[in-house]
Design a protein around this ligand. Sequence first.
Ligand SMILES: Nc1ncnc2c1ncn2[C@@H]1O[C@H](COP(=O)(O)OP(=O)(O)OP(=O)(O)O)[C@@H](O)[C@H]1O
Ligand SMILES: [Mg+2]
Length: 207
Amino acid sequence: MRGMFISIEGADGAGKSLQAAKLSQYYKSRNINAVLLREPGATRIGELIRNIILDKNNNEMNPITEILLFAAARAQIVREVIKPSLEAGSVVICERFTDSTYAYQHYARGLDKNMVQTLNEYATGGLYPDLTFFLDIPPEVALSRKKKQASLDRLELEGLLFQQKVYEGYKKISSENNRVITINASREPEEIFLSIIKEITLKEEIQ
Ligand SMILES: Nc1ncnc2c1ncn2[C@@H]1O[C@H](COP(=O)(O)OP(=O)(O)OP(=O)(O)O)[C@@H](O)[C@H]1O
Ligand SMILES: [Mg+2]
């Protein structure tokens, strides 16, 4: 049986890594194979591309270059990790996936929506998550969480206006796709996690 593909989306600092790790632990405690991934990255080539994308020194990067780099990393992770893992029956938990491209490159950077769709189609080969969680939290709150950490990367340094466009984009994506479930992420980590588990259980029941 093919495993479930879950993506976790939201602005920088929304709590994606924390919830993805909790979810992975949850599956492991139930003796279910779970593969925990982040985009861009998770493959050797993908991590090299990630470094180029997030490098603070690359501030002359053109938005088209940026979207093509994201697409390149995605093409690799889908074929090298996600597809084989799902075929082997594992649950795949991916921090960020195709919706990030709509939120950041279309809604925030202003690149054409059809181009985003076409690139996503090529990069994924038509493979999309079964379930996507959008961690909904005002960008200023999410960013203030991040600022407590060490240093910010190139995209996190874009500023609040950019993050607000990303956030509005996510809300639109969530309202337009049944696959995307909005989770109030302004709460305690455990409460957020329980909401996620509740939705997964519902999804498992109807499958
Ligand atoms: N519900 C929460 N309440 C308070 N702090 C939180 C919550 N969830 C995560 N944090 C903290 O906020 C910071 C950002 O969380 P995390 O790294 O999980 O976010 P992220 O969405 O993965 O960020 P990035 O976009 O950089 O990958 C971390 O220091 C984390 O411990
Ligand atoms: Mg993270």
